[in-house]
Design a protein around this ligand. Structure first.
Ligand code: CU
Length: 720
């Protein structure tokens, strides 16, 4: 059994590196409009209870004698920021296709008690990634140990150097959070789906609480599908139970993409929100030895990953997770969004970070279930964004606030060199929850992320950055392949107006596959958001590009879409797709009009690089270009049918794309995607390819008169 080793803060050595840097940044592109279109809908009135954050003080904790922990009683900035340990290989393993030995990492998922709250508070039961790590910070003597942490230890990968990661599920059930048996999820016991009236949690349904199944996904990774953590490739401890697409628990990561910050997290079907909230997430950095920008940036201990998550706690230190769903007669425990009432950075609630008077590079991951953050510094100071999800930005962007959704990443530079020693600067959050139309944050709790405390060190002014960081190729839609692909984002609600599920195209995850892009082609995907929420949409396998956004008349388009498809969700037929750009005479007035109500809004400068997730705001169409090829492939080298990946993406269980609000993804805002080599005639884009139903909820009860499948209607639209 592996041992939990306490992680020590390793940031501050007295040694200082003073470089003869000449002051001032050279060229930066100043942002015209932070938050752009996303703010224009913030005033939307939301009236369902899911549109508000829970008051955790009024929620049951699920354990006798355990009470909600009042977040205002947790001292802020008492915790000190820590750096997560770094994974080190345990050995090598032969890669059969090349015959070469690759580094092998072993990552174990273990139940541990972790100090997330400040000293004086109990530790927190967590499911943590861990294994053989280096506890030492950059530049220090290696300190190899076995450790588990939340977030997990950081991976340090080198571009084009493949690695193997062997994942070991050592989690013994029952699951610490209520596993909702009525949503489409892994069902390792193939247990029948219960019907109302439902049991309370605890104890919930033991057939679903036990065993705990997991499968890790490298988010943003360009990875073969059998190493991608397909949601149905889950497995339990000792591989006693495995999902229908399980082929093994050792994954190969190619690291062939541009240097950036990725992250890894659990992705088991219908369990992701629970497993991640329990702690199964961490940072994954890809560095490129040929990267000529990195040497210009703060490095070593001045380059700090910041992993942001939100949680609610109980008096015994445990995480306070939803015990009763918003719509408990349909889903006893599922809630449309989990929002904690405290903010953690690197696994510490509201930490303080003592910074030297110089510039820092922060690689920020939003690892929260559902919370968007609009980050700013309390002294109004600007910062420079140099990267996002999949790469550096084309040019540095000076910003005073940065909105980012669950699973997005920000690579920013903050200069503390002009601040007086002793200055305290708070990293603040002002994003409503749910975003954009939900409740405002409380400045004393959810409006606070962390604090920077400036040390008394000599000021080291940053050196200028080049005007151009990288060149991003212009992607061009491939003609004759059925572009654009049209999607709607729909919310399904019950007769009482409560959310039942959030769907793509009115379809469930296990409806037949409709997206079968061909290697070497570039598809144009349109996301027409008919809900009140902004949804961060993540597509596996590729880093892609945002094309633009445009306001749409949601009420009229939803009515038109329902005239084609009906208003009962999920649809029991292939979706009849509609395009907001197409003029139609609806409702009949004798005039054909499209559904666009505003000009095309190009991506903001900080969204102009390679992205693996983008925000689809409500009442807008968001257009993206998705090229089924690696980032570094030249457009001129591609043709339909050419596989430019260093592996065969058509093999294995395929990929998924989904909303990254985890509670949406789990129920059921996720769709499969298969990659093909075949020409369009064979793959026939848009065809409803019959897919064999797999796994989940054992047989006929699954889709029958079952709980969530009743006559429910789509929500949003009217009454605004
Ligand atoms: Cu969503």
């Amino acid at each position: 059994m592996l041992k939990n080793v306490k992680i020590l803060s390793v940031f501050f050595l007295s040694a200082m590196l003073i470089l003869p840097w000449t002051a001032r940044f050279g060229v930066t592109v100043s942002a015209q409009h932070d938050n752009m279109a996303l703010s224009t809908h913030q005033a939307q009135h939301r009236n369902s209870k899911h549109m508000h954050m829970k008051n955790w003080m009024l929620e049951p904790t699920g354990a006798p004698g355990v009470f909600p922990l009042d977040p205002t009683t947790i001292p802020r900035f008492k915790n000190q920021l820590i750096r997560m340990p770094t994974f080190v290989p345990v050995g090598t393993r032969r890669e059969p296709s090349t015959g070469r030995n690759l580094p092998l990492y072993e990552v174990t998922e273990e139940t541990v008690q972790i100090p997330l709250l400040p000293q004086g508070f109990p530790t927190t039961k967590s499911y943590a990634y861990g294994g053989k790590v280096n506890l030492a910070g950059p530049g220090e003597q290696p300190n190899i140990a076995t450790a588990f942490s939340v977030p997990g230890p950081t991976f340090e990968a080198v571009r084009n150097q493949r690695i193997f990661v062997h994942y070991i599920n050592n989690l013994k059930g029952p699951h610490m959070f209520p596993v909702d048996p009525t949503i489409m999820a892994a069902n390792p016991n193939n247990a029948p789906i219960p019907t109302p009236p439902f049991k309370a949690f605890p104890p919930g349904y033991q057939q679903f609480q036990n065993p705990i199944v997991t499968v890790a996904h490298l988010h943003g990774g360009v990875t073969p599908s059998d190493s991608d953590g397909f949601p149905e490739s889950w497995f339990s401890a000792d591989l006693e139970r495995t999902g229908p697409t399980f082929t093994g628990s050792t994954f190969e990561y190619f690291n062939g993409q541009l240097p950036t910050t990725l992250w890894y997290h659990d992705h088991a079907l219908g369990m992701t929100r629970l497993n991640i909230a329990a702690g199964l997430e961490g940072t994954y950095i890809i560095r490129d030895p040929n990267d000529d920008i990195a040497p210009l940036l703060p490095q070593g201990r001045f380059e700090v990953p910041l992993f942001i998550m939100d949680r609610a706690f109980n008096t015994d230190g445990s995480i306070h997770f939803t015990q009763v769903g918003d719509n408990p007669d349909i889903h006893p425990y599922w809630d449309p969004e989990y929002f904690g009432d405290t903010i953690l950075v690197n696994g510490k609630v509201w930490p303080n970070f003592k910074v030297e008077r110089r510039q820092y590079r922060f690689r920020i991951v939003n690892g929260s279930n559902a919370r968007f953050y609009n980050l700013s510094l309390s002294n109004g100071q600007s910062f420079i964004q140099i990267g996002a999800d999949g790469s550096y930005l084309p040019a540095p962007v000076t910003r005073t606030e940065a909105l980012f959704a669950p699973c997005e990443r920000l690579d920013i530079l903050v200069d503390f060199s002009n601040l007086a020693p002793g200055t305290k600067v708070v990293l603040q959050n002002t994003a409503n929850a749910p975003f954009p139309g939900g409740d405002p944050v409380d400045p004393n709790t959810t409006g606070t992320v962390m604090q920077f405390e400036v040390l008394n060190t000599p000021a080291v002014h940053p050196r200028p950055l080049p005007a151009t960081l990288i060149t991003i190729p212009t992607l061009v839609e491939t003609p004759g392949i059925g572009n654009p692909k049209l999607f709607t984002l729909n919310e399904q609600e019950s007769a009482t107006g409560d959310p039942v599920a959030v769907l793509i195209d009115g379809q469930h995850f296990d409806s037949d596959i409709t997206e079968i892009p061909r290697v070497g082609t570039t598809e144009s995907w349109y996301f027409q958001n008919l809900t009140e929420d902004a949804h961060p949409i993540h597509i596996h396998l590729v880093e892609f590009q945002l094309e633009d956004r445009q306001d749409i008349d949601t009420d009229r388009f939803k009515a038109y879409w329902e005239s084609l498809n009906g208003s009962t969700l999920p649809l029991n037929h292939p979706t009849i797709r509609a395009n907001v750009e197409t003029p139609v005479d609806f409702p009949p007035t004798g005039t054909h009009r499209d559904f666009l109500t505003g000009p095309s809004e190009p991506p903001a400068p900080w969204e102009s690089g390679w992205k693996d997730v983008f925000i689809a705001p409500p009442h807008q169409i968001t257009r993206v270009l998705l090229r089924i090829a690696p980032q570094s492939t030249k457009e001129s080298d591609l043709f339909p049918g050419k596989n430019a990946f260093p592996f065969d993406p058509t093999k294995g269980p395929g990929y998924v794309w989904h909303c990254h609000i985890l509670d949406h993804e789990d129920n059921d805002m996720m769709r499969p995607m298969k990659i093909t080599n075949d020409p369009p005639m064979a793959s026939n884009p848009g065809a409803f390819t019959k897919r064999k139903r797999v796994a989940q909820r054992g047989g006929a009860t699954q889709r029958g008169a079952g709980t969530q499948r009743g006559a429910t209607v789509q929500r949003g639209g009217g009454g605004r």
